[in-house]
Design a protein around this ligand. Sequence first.
Ligand SMILES: Nc1ncnc2c1ncn2[C@@H]1O[C@H](COP(=O)(O)OP(=O)(O)OP(=O)(O)O)[C@@H](O)[C@H]1O
Ligand SMILES: [Zn+2]
Length: 734
Amino acid sequence: MYLIQAAVPVPLRQLFTYTHDSSLEHGVRVVVPFGKRELVGIVMESKPVGSDQEKAATDGTLKAVQCVLDTKPLIPDELLSLGKWLSDYYLHPIGDTLLTMLPSWLRKNKSEQEIMSLVNQQALKILPEGKDALSTIPANAKQQKRLLNALREKSALLSDVKQRFSNAVINALVDKQWAVQYQQNLEAKVDWQDKLTLGNKPIASREQGAAIGVITSQLTTFSVSLLDGVTGSGKTEVYLQVIETVLLRGRQVLVLVPEIGLTPQTVERFERRFGHPVGVLHSKVSDKKRMQIWLAAKSGKLPLIIGTRSAIFTPFYQLGLIVVDEEHDDSFKQQDGLRYHARDLAAVRAQRLGVPLVLGSATPSLETLNNALNGRYQHLHLSARAGGANPVSQYIQDMRNHPVQGGIAEHLIEKMQQHIQAGNQVLVFLNRRGFSPVLLCHACGHVEMCHRCDRPMTWHKAKRQLKCHHCDAQRGVPNRCDHCHSDSLIADGLGTEQLEQALQGLFPSVSIARIDRDATRTKDALEKRFDEIRAGKHQLLVGTQIVAKGHHFPDVTMVVIVDVDSALFSADLRAAEKLAQLVTQLAGRAGRAEKPGEMWLQTHHPGHPIVQELIHNGYAHVARGLLAERQSANVIPFSVQAIVKAESHEQYKVQKALQLARSALPPAHIISAIGPVQTLIEKKQGRYRMMLIVRASSRKALNLALRHLLSAMTASKEAKQVRWSLDVDAIDLT
Ligand SMILES: Nc1ncnc2c1ncn2[C@@H]1O[C@H](COP(=O)(O)OP(=O)(O)OP(=O)(O)O)[C@@H](O)[C@H]1O
Ligand SMILES: [Zn+2]
C-alpha cells in the first residue's frame, strides 16, 4: 500500500493524501474523490505506508485513488517545480496553481490514449514474415518488393510511405501480414533543423548588429537583456536574427507578445523567415489545438511558439531562448485566480533553464528599466528607426480657449485635411468607447447611473443602449429624466462613436474606420479592419488602446491624441508611467515608412511637467524622472508590494475583514500598510470594494508578512463573510 500526495484544484493551500496499491510517479494524473465530487489531481509524492499511524490511516480514514489516468507522467518535472515556486511566490494554493498552468485537456478527465492520439502518427513496419518473403516475392510485384526493402532497415511514417507508394501496394503488404500499421509514439527529439528554410533578411544596422552579437555570444547561459529600441527601430528584426542562430543549434524558442499584439501578420513574419509552422497560443485557440501544441513543444517537434501570457507554461524539449516583446504591457499580468506576471515568470524560467531572456520595448516598464540601469540586466539600445524612417515630431496642442469642433482643435483639423489630401492617413486616438461617457439631464443635472456600480452609464447611441463599462449591465436609453421628467437629455463628454460621427461631419468625403471593441467584436472583424487600413481604404482612423500596440500602418503620418487630462491627475501610482508609454507608442504609429510623421497631444494642462517632459525630452527621460520620484518615495520598484482586496454587499464587512488582515501583519516585516481604502472602482455589481496595500523592502519580508496575513484570514469568521483575494506585485487598483 502506498500513500499518494496529490495536488487537487481546490482553494485550500495543501496537498491531499490518498492510498493506492502501487507507487505512482510524480506528475501522473489521477482521479480522486473529494467530498461528493471527483477531481483530477496530480501526484506530487508517493511513499510506501510505513509507520503504524499511517497503517491505521489506511484502515478507513484515507480514501483510495479512484483511477490513474497516465501510465507515465505527462507533466514534466520542470513544470511541477515551477508550479511549486509559483505557489510559494504568489501564495496561491498549489492545486489550483498547477491546474491553471495546464491545458484544459489535462485538467479534464481525458485518457492518456485520447490525448496522445492528437500527436501520435501512423507508421508502417515490416514483420518477420515480410523479411522471409523478400527472397520469394514474385518478379511482377516490383513495388511491393521495393516497399518491403525500404522497411527492412527501419519502420516509416505512413504519411511518408504514401508519398511514394499507392494504397494498393501498402494494403497488399498488410493483407499478406508482411507488414503492419501501428501508432508511433511521439519520441522527444528535434527533427526540424534540416527543414528550416531561411528567408531573406535585411542587413542589420550597426546597433542591431551589436545587439544581435551580444545576445548570441551568450546563448548557453542565463542572462536578461533589455532591448530598449524606439518604435520602428527593428527590434523584431533583432529577435528574428537571434532566433535563427538558436534554431540552427537545434534549440527551441518561446516568444511572448501582449494580448492584442498577436496578429496573423506577426505569425506570418516568423513563418516566412524560418519556413516552418509556428505554434500559436492565445485565448481563442481551441482546447484541442492547445493540447496538440503543448505536446508538440514538449517533444521538440515545434521549433517556435508565439503566444500570449499563458504560453509561458508551455513545456519544451530543449528551450534555448525566451523573448518577451512589448514587455511593459500590462496584459502579461493575470488579474484573477493565480495572479502571475508572465514577464517575471519568464525570468524565473530562463534562469532555471540556463537560457537567455530578451525583453523588448520602446517604453520599458520602470521595473525593467531599473534593473537595466542598476546593472542586473544588460541594456541594449536601438536609438534610430530602421530602414531610414525619420523620428516623429511631437507637439502639444493647448486647448485652453482654443476653438474646438467635435472634440478636435480647429488648428488640427486643417492639418488633418492636409495630410489626407497628400494621400496619407490620420489616426485619432480616444480611449473611451461609446457615444458619451455620461447621459446628463440638461434641466436638473441628473446623471444616469449603473444601479450596481454607482458609476455613470456610457451612452451607446447607435445601439440605443446605456451600458456600464465596469459590469456590462445594460438598459434602454430613457426618453425622459428619471428625476425631473424633463426630455432634455444630453451627451456629456466624448466617446469614439461620437468622435467618428463628428469627424464624418467635418470630413464628409473621407472614409473613416473606427477601431474599438464595439466596432470590432470578433477577431476577424479586427483583422479585416486592419487589412482595409493597410490597403488604404480609409483615410481617417478613430481608435482606442487597440491601435496603440505594435501595428504597422505605413501610410499613417499624423496622430492626434484627443484627451489625456484625466490620466494626469490619477490616484494610481503608475498612471504617469502608463500615460508616457501610451503616448510614446501612439506617436510610434506615425511615419513608420519613408514619410515623416507628426503627433499632436491635446491638453488643457500644457504646462504639466509630464506633458512637457514627454514632448520635449522623450520617454527615456520621463522614465528616469519617474524612477527618481519612486526611489525617494520608496515605492515600486524600490520596494515590493501586494494588495489584498475584499468585496461584499455590506461595506462594514469589507472594512472589518481588511482591518483584521492589516492587524495580522508583523510590523517588523513591512514598510507600510495602507488601508483599508476604497479601490478606484468603489462599487461593482452591487458589491462594495476596498483594498489594503502592503509594502515591504524585500521579497522575503513581504512573503513572510503575507503568510501571517493569510493564516489570520483563513482562520477568521470576518474574512469568510466577504470575497477576498491576494495579489502579489499587484498593478490593478480598480
Ligand atoms: N536593418 C534593417 N534594414 C532595413 N529595414 C529594416 C531593418 N530592420 C528592420 N527593418 C524594417 O523596419 C520596419 C520596422 O522593424 P520592426 O518591425 O522590426 O521594428 P520594431 O522595433 O519591432 O517595431 P515596433 O515599434 O512596432 O516594436 C519593418 O518593416 C522591418 O522590416
Ligand atoms: Zn455596473
